[in-house]
Write a protein that binds this ligand. Structure first.
Ligand code: KMH
Ligand code: ZN
Length: 310
């Protein structure tokens, strides 16, 4: 099996600061976590921008650039920028990071869907929150449709092609693989395809082994066994470690981090690098080597750190 690509998704736009004091949102904290995760074995760092004052998700391009530069100064890991953004951000604002900062790798979300985290708000009283935006954000997601129309996916892929940014396809449900097949038939996607199965989001497919094998069977039927690589996200605990362990066993790749799960053990809040260390430990038990950033650049055919715009 090829070496395991570990992605650390440091912060995202779903977890709120009240859930865990370890959620990084200042530039310094993001850069420090990126460095620690890279040392622990993460070869890809997945990044969203947040307002450093209050942790609110942000689409400010200057801020995004500061974060990207700070991370690049501390690690040679591949940086994968989000184009998913956060609740309520317009697609035009989400994609702007690609032409502005020309990353090696960026997400491309493959379908519109309900995307909700409103049940998290049930864990807190209104006066528990550290910042006023958090309750609104969590509760408001009950009415949120994550927009990824065919027109916007096409636009995102065209922008990525211009900057030689490779797409990481976020697949939240089996129909998203068929959407990707359509984009491939339109000549908008090149092989090899890099898939990220996002499992366990309310609105998408569940994080179970049954669902994972269904996704894999479908991807193999559509793209051929050698036509794609895959990684998996299990949202929540213990799903993050269950799905990533399955990936270690099946030849896939693994994403961990506070964007998707805040616990390192049941009831124990983890730091980003502790989540990376845990999955690297599990991979070691299965004799699966860990990919370096150089190996990832070669496996995913990336343009290289010297050709990004930050
Ligand atoms: N927020 C995750 C559920 C993106 O950033 O474009 C999926 C994600 C998508 O990471
Ligand atoms: Zn993300």
């Amino acid at each position: 099996m090829e070496p395991l690509i570990v992605t650390a998704a440091l912060t995202g736009a779903v977890t709120v600061p009240t859930q865990t004091p370890y959620l990084p949102y200042t530039i310094e904290h993001l850069a420090e976590d990126a460095e620690r995760c890279a040392r622990a074995g993460a070869a890809i760092i997945h990044i969203h921008a947040r307002n450093p004052e209050n942790g609110a998700p942000s689409s400010d391009m200057d801020l995004f650039g500061e974060i990207l530069k700070a991370i690049k100064a501390r690690t040679d890991a591949v940086i994968c920028t989000t184009t998913g953004g956060g609740v309520g951000m317009a697609p035009a604002d989400r994609v702007r990071v690609v032409p502005t900062w020309q990353p090696e790798l960026a997400t491309c979300n493959m379908g519109s869907m309900n995307f909700s985290v409103h049940p998290i708000a049930r864990r807190f009283n209104d006066d528990d929150y550290r910042f006023p935006w958090e309750a609104r954000w969590l509760k408001g997601s009950e009415d949120f449709i994550f927009p990824n129309t065919f027109a916007s996916i096409r636009h995102f892929l065209e922008e990525m092609r211009k900057t030689d940014t490779r797409p990481e396809f976020e697949i939240y449900d089996v129909g998203h693989l068929y959407n990707l097949e359509f984009m491939l038939s339109e000549g908008l996607v090149e092989k090899p395809i890099w898939l990220q199965f996002v499992m366990g989001v309310l609105g998408g497919i569940r994080a179970t082994l049954y669902d994972l094998t269904h996704l894999l069977d479908t991807a193999t039927r559509l793209f051929g066994a050698d036509g794609y690589r895959w990684s998996v996200i299990g949202a929540g605990y213990p799903q993050q470690f269950h799905m990533c362990t399955a990936a270690i066993m099946l030849g896939g790749h693994a994403r961990v981090g506070l964007e998707d799960n805040i616990f390192v053990r049941r009831g124990v809040l983890g730091r980003n690098h502790e989540l990376v260390e845990k999955i690297v430990r599990i991979a070691g038990e299965f004799d699966r080597p860990i990919a370096t950033p150089a190996e990832v650049r070669s496996l995913l055919n990336l343009k290289g750190q010297e050709r990004v715009g930050f």
